[in-house]
Design a protein around this ligand. Structure first.
Ligand code: ADP
Length: 273
């Protein structure tokens, strides 16, 4: 979990569509926001940039299937023989008027997400059963959740009653020219390398993804770029940062490596050329 008040420079984020406008409009209207899209396509970075623009602290929680309501809301802890209440990240955000970002919210158990309902709608309240209190969200509080629609079973799908309380912003991968700019800037590679990596990424996204849980994201293209900056060849970088992480299946990996060899030169386009 991270919490940071915006300061310094704005997190680098390149707009892909009208998502900034939509986010800010929904936030100003006290509406909760759901970001839908595959992993590594810029959702987290987007929320960081929005929190910065809106001048709000951001509290991020990565959800997982062991996450309990107490993890979000808070619990009594033993400290020096005394029990002491400790706010969870959601409660802190509600008290501070921060933006609370629950990343991959479908990973959390449904009973956990129930606590979000009165917060997500017009009530903007957080009931804390253990304390016998209901907190009104401080001005500035915002609830943002993300999930990856292609990834989880129907069972883990968000409840309709939760979804209908939210404004949805769809994320996809950026267009090639935008993605090239992002890869070049984030990895520190030249345009030729960035554009070769993006072409490879596009090709992987086009093929049937049988055997691939996820397609090649902007994140893995950036990771390859960072290894190229360290002097690895493009093919090696793509093999270890794209093919390896995407699959454990030897056959699928073989297919990806063929694509890597087809799309990337075997000697490097040198940095700065
Ligand atoms: P997600 O939260 O969707 O899994 P991230 O926000 O962590 O994805 O994005 C992965 C990386 O890709 C980021 O660290 C950032 O470097 C880069 N990135 C993706 N999209 C953008 C964008 N539109 N502008 C700037 N950087 C981006």
């Amino acid at each position: 979990m991270t919490s940071s008040a915006p300061r310094g420079t704005r997190p680098y984020y390149v707009s892909v569509d009208d998502e900034e406008q939509v986010f800010k409009a929904a936030y100003r209207q006290n509406m909760s926001i759901v970001l839908k899209g595959p992993t590594g396509c810029g959702k987290t970075r987007f929320v960081e940039a929005m929190a910065y623009d809106l001048g709000r602290p951001l509290i991020t929680v990565s959800c997982h299937d062991d996450l309990t309501t107490a993890d979000l809301v808070g619990r009594y802890l033993l400290r020096g023989g005394e029990t002491e209440w400790a706010d969870g990240p959601l409660t802190r955000a509600v008290r501070e008027g921060a933006i609370c970002y629950l990343d991959e919210v479908v990973e959390a158990r449904q009973d956990t997400t129930v606590v979000l309902h009165p917060l997500a709608d017009y009530r903007r309240q957080l009931p804390i059963e253990r304390l016998g209190e209901t907190l009104d969200a401080a001005p500035g509080f915002g609830l943002v959740v993300s999930y990856n629609p292609g990834y989880q079973s129907v069972l883990k799908d968000l409840k309709d009653s939760t979804r209908q309380r939210m404004v949805a912003i769809e994320f996809g991968f950026p267009s090639p020219d935008v993605e090239e700019k992002i890869v070049a800037s984030e990895a520190g590679v030249n345009t030729d390398i960035a554009s070769a990596l993006v072409r490879l990424g596009q090709a992987i996204r086009r093929v049937e993804t049988a055997g691939l849980r996820e397609v090649a994201s902007t994140r893995v293209l950036i990771a390859s770029g960072r290894l190229i900056v360290e002097g690895l060849s493009m093919r090696t970088a793509a093999r270890v940062a794209i093919a390896g992480p995407l699959t454990d299946d030897a056959l699928v990996a073989g297919g990806l490596i063929e694509m890597i060899d087809a799309y990337l030169p075997d000697d490097n386009v040198r940095q700065g050329d």
